[in-house]
Design a binder for this molecule. Structure first.
Ligand code: ADP
Ligand code: MG
Length: 699
């Protein structure tokens, strides 16, 4: 047996079990070993039932003395109650609401391990646990390996379909009995310096901790064995990233000239004085652009901090050097907006800006493409339509990718192939921890704008329950009487625009006819054609419409400084990041701005999100809360996000180990003790990790 052995070769795994494991991504012995316990119980020296103290989390082993189901059995509304006891003769009551399903599971005479919070029931005077986790110890032992499950520190696994923690424990244990120790791939000097066990030992001790293990360390994922596995996973990832970076740095790029004329042109273009943060960041960009290698820079900054003008400065440098600039935006509205923004500020300098989105007719597209191919358009702004094969640039020198809070590594690559190693500037509004940014955008250098333009007043955020909607409307009316404008936004539910569109449509009719009959109301949703969207946006921008009722198509990037109120309907349906983005649509001018989060009915998670927003306008804090509330998987979304799929490590919980691994990896790649070490590591990553980490090539 080795790490690549299919799990079907393990005793006890037949086709049915193999299918369940496979559905969870567990196909080989190595996969199974990477499926580590999420918790441990110390069953070596346990308390008796008599010793249980109310208030503590405890594990006991006891026998079912009696069990009964009361209440409405049929609708599974009943309460299942079992009485447990052990040699101490004291009684522990376990209670499960909706516990009908347990009636045939926990039966008299059975021996079980129970884990839960010990409580004192003042009414009955008994000690109880509500919904304890349990593991049946006596039933159906297929193994005679019973000693594995008690009398030691025991690993607890998340069940895989019908495979319980007990079954997984047994199977994993069998693997170790047959798996010979493998060669350790982690450089030896590192293992010595960081005092890490070898890989085989680390895996075994993570699954089956040795007798003297510290339970608290184990449950915090910080035992030496767990540290080693987490470190290792990050180390290979960061080595891959470092290799990719160093490779990117060897490519020939454009060394842009920055002389007095270019500086004059930038000055002539700027509509306002840049903030200190903007100045610092443009200097970082200028330094990159001067170098004869491609720039790969991430420009990060909260919504409204002024990233676009920084991008425009970079564009002027490229154009003055005789190159074209591509600007890639995630939505049509944002592309249209960038298009008009760049056109407005760059036409002063005599530059031509073209807009190319999917909604143009074929004739228009052909004409536009010709402009681009002949180099007559200096700046080309577009959606993914820009990535189509037949879009050819005469001389692409700078690619600007506005990802806002979307991650789209692949698209970035597509654009870069249109030039000969053009400089790349990626803009994102998702404020993520720095190490995380460096990993996600591994091949990018990071610049941060951490300051808002002057004169901004913090947005006031309020929560309004359904019965307060009249007050919200009269508040909106007052703001409009004062000359301001307002957005009213509806959520897109489950990827389908249809419902949100209907809600927006109905609300539009209701608001324009009944609530605000004297006010011009506009409507915007995803089903409108590109022209209609642009026209609706334009009317709002020019102030002809005072209220814009919309679905979340406006979420990203829209810039109307006179808008001072953002009403989010059914705010409980939005995620934190989305709400923060929406709120960022106001507060762009000098007037005090407001965000009103109107909710219908909320659960706890929604309440937490609303509270976070009411209390904070700090995108960094909000993003961290978002990551915490949703977990990394959901936070970053699909595979396309570029987030590597980690198995043992958790980017949130283990961020300080990530820092260590990153430092060691960068150091190792730059100064490997022996050239041979580096060769081995490169080969190992290529064979084992490249695909999983989504590293395109490492060497
Ligand atoms: P984001 O970073 O969200 O893309 P924008 O680039 O859209 O932000 O800028 C937000 C608004 O702030 C725009 O209206 C822009 O013109 C304005 N702005 C940006 N920088 C400054 C500055 N230094 N002084 C005054 N206004 C600025
Ligand atoms: Mg922007």
């Amino acid at each position: 047996m080795d790490l690549n052995t299919p799990l079907t070769y393990v005793k006890g795994i037949g086709p049915a079990r193999a299918a369940m494991l496979e559905a969870k991504g567990l196909a080989t012995v190595e996969d199974m070993l990477a499926y580590v316990p999420f918790r441990y119980e110390d069953r070596s020296n346990m308390k008796t039932v008599a010793q249980l103290a109310p208030g503590e989390m405890a594990t006991v082993i006891a026998e079912v003395r009696s069990a009964k189901l009361s209440g409405f059995k049929r609708r599974n509304l009943g309460m299942f109650e079992a009485r447990f006891s052990d040699a101490s003769r004291a009684v522990l009551v376990g209670k499960w609401f909706h516990g009908g399903y347990l009636a045939n599971v926990l039966v008299e005479g059975m021996k079980v391990a129970l884990f839960g919070k010990v409580e004192f029931d003042g009414y009955s005077g008994e000690v109880q646990m509500l919904h304890p986790e349990f593991e049946i110890l006596s039933a159906d032992d297929e193994d005679g390996e019973a000693a594995l499950h008690v009398g030691r520190v025991v690993p607890i696994y998340e069940a895989v379909a019908k495979l319980t923690t007990r079954v997984l424990r047994t199977l994993t244990h069998r693997i170790f009995a047959e798996l010979p120790p493998e060669e350790d791939q982690l450089p030896q000097f590192l293992r010595h310096r960081l005092k890490m066990p070898d890989r085989w030992t680390a895996l075994r001790d993570t699954h089956f901790p040795p007798p003297d293990s510290d339970l608290r360390l184990l449950n915090a994922f910080r035992s030496p064995a767990q540290f080693r596995l987490i470190f290792e996973e990050f180390f290979w990832l960061e080595c891959g990233v470092a290799l990719k970076r160093s490779k990117a740095r060897l490519l020939p790029g454009i060394a842009f000239q920055i002389n007095d004329r270019v500086r004059e042109r930038i000055k002539a273009m700027l509509p306002f004085k840049p903030t200190d943060a903007q100045k610092r960041v443009i200097q970082e960009i200028v330094n990159d652009m001067k170098e004869p290698r491609p720039m790969n820079r991430l420009l990060q900054g909260d919504v409204g901090c002024g990233k676009t003008i920084v991008a425009a400065e970079a564009a002027v440098i490229a154009i003055e050097n005789g190159y074209q600039v591509a600007v890639l935006a995630p939505t049509e509205i944002l592309a249209a907006q960038h298009g008009s923004y760049f056109r407005q500020i760059l036409s002063k300098l005599g530059y031509v800006t073209a807009l190319l989105t999917g909604s143009f007719s074929n004739r228009e597209k052909i004409q536009l493409k010709r402009l681009v191919a002949e180099g007559l358009a200096h700046v080309v702004v577009g959606t993914h339509a820009l990535l189509e094969k037949d879009v050819e640039f005469k001389k692409l020198g700078l690619a600007i990718v506005d990802e806002q809070h979307r991650f789209g590594v692949m698209q970035r690559l597509g654009l870069v192939q249109k030039g000969v190693h053009p400089d790349v500037l990626v803009m994102t509004a998702t404020p993520i921890p720095r190490t995380l940014a460096m990993t996600l955008y591994g091949d990018l250098d990071v610049s941060v704008i951490d300051q808002m333009p002057p004169g901004r007043k913090p947005i006031v955020t309020k929560h309004a329950a359904a019965d307060a909607i009249e007050q919200v409307y009269s508040f909106v009316k007052r703001q409009i009487d004062e000359g301001r404008q307002a957005y009213v936004v509806y959520p897109v539910i489950e990827e389908s625009e249809t419902q949100a569109m209907k809600a927006a449509q109905q609300s539009y009719e209701h608001l324009s006819r009944e609530v605000f009959p004297d006010i011009a109301v506009g409507l915007m949703h995803g089903r409108l054609g590109g022209d209609e969207k642009e026209a609706a946006m334009q009317r709002f921008k020019e102030g002809h419409t005072r209220i814009l009722v919309s679905t979340t198509v406006i979420e990203v990037g829209v810039d109307v400084p006179n808008a001072s109120v953002m009403v989010v309907e059914q705010a409980e349906r939005f995620g934190l990041a989305q709400l923060h983005q929406l709120r960022g649509r106001v507060g762009r001018g000098a007037a005090q701005s407001y965000c009103i989060l109107a909710t219908e009915k909320m659960n706890d998670a929604a309440r937490e999100r609303i509270r976070t927003l009411v209390e904070s306008t700090d995108g960094f804090h909000i993003s961290e809360m978002d990551l915490k509330l949703r977990g990394p998987g959901e936070f970053f979304g699909t595979k396309q996000s570029g987030l590597p799929s980690l198995r043992v490590a958790n980017i949130l919980r283990d961020s300080e180990i990530l820092e260590v691994a990153r430092r060691e990896a960068v150091d190792f790649i730059a100064h490997p003790p022996e050239a041979e070490d580096l060769r081995r590591v490169v080969a190992y990553i290529r064979d084992h990790w490249q695909r999983r980490y989504g590293l395109v090539t490492v060497g």
